[in-house]
Design a binder for this molecule. Structure first.
Ligand code: PEP
Ligand code: MN
Length: 337
């Protein structure tokens, strides 16, 4: 449930309510809005006597949250969450574009791509160092060497860096090299990993599992939020359907649906969502028109030679042209890019 405090409730009144919740063995999560503070009460599901809270000074009302996710819900936080990414904010007016190769392959490949995507207007460089491949015989990523190259590209270009983390034990190592931790579709329900990134001091890009519902995605976000990390960005990257012409079916519905259900920013990955470079542009434009707060796009200087996901990677020139088109779409829906 949530305890909605009156407009202008004092810090002391909020502290009193918080203390009473904690005495009952539940956890408190505060959401401080411009007008009023909302106190989220998260516990083990045992019923709590509402009347004792209703009578406390400064309390306006008690509202049960009916969805299974609590901290991720709009009830808990009606206003959009702005996830700080250094000087930028995901979830606000500015659309954030994360671009780069599927996997970090070598220094030249990464730096060439980093400079190109920066020149085109991307603000975050993506690149996998630990790759969760469906086949054990496919390229698994450069590991630590890849992290070091990402850190070098970050230093050289000033771009922020996002990379995937695939195991709880490596969260501290990956966090020490990059700005944003990516939890991939295959790990969306790796609860030990969600716990670990929940304790990390970094923003998290949480990708929707290819066979997961939106509610399951929000429950995974809830794991991260409830472990103390409120910088969560959701990412729709396509789900499995009966349609074989595309790698996945990008669920465009998820963008406005998630925006209604949650206050968290929603990004779209049109590369994995389609699996074909020729579809990335149209679907990226659709995502922005539908209200996405950001995009994650694969770009490779030589897609034919890419060690992973070449078929869905844009060449830098195509990416630059797409960015121009995206600027126009963003302007049409009152956003900047
Ligand atoms: C990726 O971003 O390279 C990736 C593996 O994405 P997903 O987890 O969405 O498949
Ligand atoms: Mn990929």
């Amino acid at each position: 449930m949530i305890i909605v405090m009156q407009k202008g409730a004092s810090a002391r009144q909020i502290a009193n309510v918080t203390a009473r919740v904690e005495q009952s063995g539940r956890q408190v999560h505060l959401s401080e809005g411009e007008e009023r503070t909302i106190i989220g009460v998260v516990g083990d599901g045992r019923p709590l006597d509402r009347t004792q809270f209703e009578m406390m000074d400064g309390v306006e009302k008690i509202v049960p949250i009916l969805s299974p996710y609590k901290l991720a819900s709009r009830d808990f936080r009606p206003q959009d969450t702005l996830v700080k990414l250094n000087g930028m904010k995901a979830g606000g007016e500015q659309i954030i574009v994360m671009a780069g190769p599927c996997a970090v392959e070598n220094r030249e490949q990464l730096l060439t791509t980093a400079h190109a995507v920066k020149a085109a207007g991307a603000t975050v460089l993506r690149g996998g160092a630990f790759k969760p491949r469906s086949s054990p015989y496919s390229f698994q990523g450069l590991g630590l060497e890849g992290l070091k190259l990402l850190a070098e590209a970050r230093k050289e270009t000033g771009l922020l860096v996002v990379t995937e983390v695939i195991s709880p034990e490596t969260v501290p190592l990956v966090s020490s090299y990059v700005d944003i931790l990516q939890v991939g579709a295959r790990n969306m329900q790796n609860f030990a990993l969600l716990h670990a990134v929940g304790e990390a001091q970094k923003p998290v890009l949480l990708k929707r599992g290819m066979m997961s519902t939106m509610e399951e995605l929000l429950m995974s976000a809830e794991y991260i939020l409830s472990h103390g990390n409120d910088r969560v960005i959701l990412c729709e990257r396509g789900i499995r359907t009966f349609e074989p012409y595309t790698r996945n079916t990008l669920d465009i519905n998820a963008v406005p649906m998630l925006k209604q259900l949650t206050h968290l920013p929603v990004f779209v990955d049109p590369s994995h969502g389609t699996g074909k470079w020729s579809l990335v542009g149209p679907v990226a434009r659709a995502a922005i028109a539908a209200g996405a707060d950001g995009l994650e796009i694969e770009v490779h200087p030589d897609p034919e030679q890419a060690l992973s996901d070449g078929a869905q990677s844009l060449k830098p020139e195509r990416f630059a042209r797409l960015m121009e088109e995206l600027r126009a779409v963003a302007a049409a829906v009152g956003r900047t890019l």
